[in-house]
Design a protein around this ligand. Structure first.
Ligand code: SF4
Ligand code: FES
Length: 194
């Protein structure tokens, strides 16, 4: 693997070819907030909370750090007025669905995001897909899936699989940023027992 030198927040960082900006930053203990990323899962790029400013060949663009590969001489800024404004807006939009999420509220405080900027439409799930992807990619079970598209998109348990697999696993519970997957599981269990 070839070594790649880049700059993150003014620090020279040595990364390896194929790493994402997020991985390079983490290897140097530089924090970039994430919501839909998990190191055991394929990059997803759903939430865009990890957006950073990347300067390459004289041009600056906003990129998702969890997806964007490191390049020689790339200059990355993990915080800037533009980055912070975007993260604030993303958080305000996520809070529409999960205003009580401790993880979101903590981030909202850091970025000055308001939970009441937009009208609340509490669905509790922010569709980060962590539960579904973890169950499929790591556990290879597909017991929890995202169904429908657009405004009707939602998480649900597949009863035939969940009834056999989930009670002894529950590993996705701790990944969920809103605790919705736990609530859904309890609900699906009580419906199955009716
Ligand atoms: S239930 Fe939780 S982990 Fe699953 S998609 Fe929704 S917010 Fe993400
Ligand atoms: S953490 Fe990168 S897009 Fe969600």
């Amino acid at each position: 693997m070839n070594a790649i030198l880049l700059q993150i927040d003014g620090r020279a960082i040595e990364a390896t070819e194929g790493m994402s900006i997020l991985e390079a930053a983490q290897s140097a203990d530089i924090h970039i907030p994430t919501l839909c990323h998990h190191e055991k899962l394929e990059p997803y790029g759903g939430c865009r909370l990890c957006t950073v400013e990347a300067e390459v060949r004289g041009g600056t663009k906003l990129v998702a750090a969890c997806l964007y590969p490191v390049e020689k001489d790339l200059i990355v800024r993990t915080r800037s007025p533009k980055v912070d404004r975007l993260r604030k807006l993303i958080l305000e939009l996520l809070l529409v669905h999960a205003p009580h999420s401790t993880q979101l509220r903590k981030l909202a405080e850091e970025y000055g995001a308001r939970a009441d900027r937009f009208e609340t439409e509490t669905s509790f799930c922010v569709l980060c897909g962590l539960c579904e992807r973890y169950c499929a990619e790591v556990k290879k079970k597909n017991a929890v899936v995202l169904i429908n598209n657009g405004a009707r998109r939602e998480v649900c348990f597949v009863p035939e699989i969940a009834s056999k697999e989930c009670a002894s696993c529950k590993e996705c519970f701790q990944l969920c940023p809103t605790s919705y997957v736990q609530a859904m599981f309890v609900l699906s269990q009580s419906l199955a027992n009716e």
